[in-house]
Design a binder for this molecule. Structure first.
Ligand SMILES: CC(C)(COP(=O)(O)OP(=O)(O)OC[C@H]1O[C@@H](n2cnc3c(N)ncnc32)[C@H](O)[C@@H]1OP(=O)(O)O)[C@@H](O)C(=O)NCCC(=O)NCCS
Length: 163
């Protein structure tokens, strides 16, 4: 398995990967309808990724099977804090891929002076909560009714780790 920064030439494969991923989970923010992004648009986003917004991909035999998206503010008082989301395709879960993506992101973050990584996760998303606890993230609070899915509201944990 290879983990690396996304490149503009990954755009078509990444759009396909992300559509497959969101069709497998309700726990990511985009719905399948909201991911009908064209590869050409995606390539132009990827070209703009930098030290403030970035995507890492995990590849198995050249297929994208996992990703981690990370971003932070340009404001000097906040730029030491980065937020991220991670996802792995169903057939590739429980093989340590999300753990490796988080380790890769931590190294990237430390090299850029980032001191705090944070995320939000639906409280009933047990696999993800277990993943983040195992990789050293601590629950800092509960955001009530912070996600809506089909007229139902879900709470999220705010989880964070200082570097
Ligand atoms: C959560 C998710 C990213 C985990 O990816 P993964 O590659 O399977 O995770 P890993 O293999 O690195 O798992 C690391 C640890 O997390 C915990 N974990 C992962 N999946 C689990 C599950 N289904 N049940 C219980 N614990 C789980 C375990 O402690 C695991 O270690 P172990 O396998 O040695 O027991 C993946 O299930 C996913 O993409 N889910 C849908 C998207 C999502 O919910 N993203 C998080 C939004 S913030």
């Amino acid at each position: 398995m290879e983990i690396r920064q996304i490149k503009p030439s990954d755009s078509k494969a990444f759009v396909q990967f992300y559509q497959e991923l969101v069709s497998q989970t309700d726990y990511l923010l985009f719905t399948p309808e909201e991911t009908s992004q064209k590869a050409s648009q995606e390539a132009s986003f990827i070209k703009k990724y930098d030290d403030y917004k970035q995507v890492f991909v995990a590849l198995e035999e050249d297929k994208i099977v996992g990703y981690l998206g990370i971003g932070r503010s340009h404001l000097s008082k906040l730029s030491h804090v980065a937020k991220f989301t991670v996802g792995v395709l169903e057939d590739h879960k429980r093989q340590g891929i999300a753990t490796k993506l988080i380790q890769f992101a931590e190294k990237w973050a430390k090299e850029r002076g980032i001191k705090r990584l944070e995320l939000t996760v639906i409280t009933k998303n047990k696999p993800a909560v277990a993943l983040f606890q195992k990789t050293g993230f601590k629950e800092e609070g509960t955001r009530k009714k912070s996600m809506k899915l089909e007229e139902k509201y879900f709470d999220e944990f705010l989880m964070a780790k200082t570097l």
